[in-house]
Design a binder for this molecule. Structure first.
Ligand code: AMP
Ligand code: ZN
Ligand code: FE
Ligand code: FE
Length: 281
């Protein structure tokens, strides 16, 4: 694993189960040369991760995963080497978290209507502690609560029956378009990469976002099949885009790594250099 990088992980700052510093420690233990922290709509874990990276001697990439929508589908855009202190970027992310909180409230309301008794306070408690300013709350927290209260047997069942796209308590909030997230990331000095393109079933749209200025495609992802990985690696290279890889590690839920363990997908550390070269600040 030396010279390898895992470019997609979630910490406690969003819906992961481990502090950002611990993720860096696990990446080091796994023998990785680099790891990116890419929390949903927040960079609250970045500073802590960078500090731990300096301490342990592992390259930490400041990142973010922005939730957007196109054609009614949820599309995730990864930002790497963004200036995580940029005031206007931070206030843009804050707006996304506000929309997210409203969405969470609406999903809880739907669950209540379906006879599942859960409250926002319980969801926050499920997140393990009071959420700090700048952190985000997401569906995996709600899923974990449904498991704990015995409404479902597993986090996956919670998504299949209630929380996943099109399921009974699903709410699709108003979101920015992928093009806008790409612009925000670039204005914050970073490189924009389309997360897990295989999960959208919309390759025609992928072409549009490439035209909108994407810098890379996350061809290698824990939820991609080998065929998808080959397809998107090829697509990226045809367009001269950076090919990235990430486990989408979210810590452990139900006693196993949710999505994949750290290092489940890796790319050459040289990819980090390519992303860094796009940095404009
Ligand atoms: P949120 O940002 O709150 O909408 O939650 C998004 C997260 O929920 C993703 O990062 C996944 O970890 C998880 N997720 C979304 N859809 C599914 C699904 N169908 N099955 C399992 N996990 C999912
Ligand atoms: Zn997540
Ligand atoms: Fe994602
Ligand atoms: Fe993710």
């Amino acid at each position: 694993m030396e010279n390898k990088a895992d470019l997609h992980t979630h910490s406690l700052a969003s819906d992961g189960t481990r502090p950002a510093a611990q993720i860096v420690g696990l990446a080091k233990q796994a023998g990785l040369a680099a790891v990116a922290i890419t929390d949903h709509d927040t960079v609250a874990g970045v500073e802590e991760a960078l500090e731990e990276g300096r301490k342990l001697g592992i390259d930490v990439v400041p990142g973010v995963e922005i939730s957007t929508a196109a054609n009614g589908k949820e599309i995730h855009v990864l930002g790497y080497f963004v200036d995580w202190r940029d005031a206007s970027f931070l206030s843009r992310l804050e707006r996304l978290r506000n929309t997210r909180n409203e969405r969470n409230e609406m999903m809880i309301e739907k669950l209540n209507e379906l006879g599942l008794q859960v409250t926002m306070e319980e969801v926050l408690a499920e997140a393990g502690r009071t959420r700090q300013d700048g952190e985000s709350v997401g569906r995996p927290h709600i899923a974990a609560l449904l498991v704990r209260k015995g409404y479902v047997g597993s986090v996956q069942e919670a998504f299949d029956r209630y929380l996943g796209a099109g399921a009974a308590a699903y709410v699709n909030p108003p979101r920015i378009r992928p093009e806008e997230a790409i612009r925000w990331i670039k204005e914050a000095g970073g490189a924009a990469v389309l997360a897990h393109p295989g999960l959208y079933g919309a390759d025609r749209l992928v072409d549009e976002w490439i035209a909108a200025g994407l810098d890379g495609l996350e061809a290698y992802h824990s939820d991609h099949s080998p065929e998808q990985e080959r397809k998107y690696a090829l697509l990226a290279s045809r367009h001269g885009l950076i090919v990235t890889a990430g486990s989408d590690y979210h810590g452990e839920r139900n006693g196993r790594a949710f999505h994949g363990p750290i290092g489940a997908r890796t790319t050459d550390a040289a990819t980090v250099g390519r992303l860094r070269a796009k940095r404009r600040k």
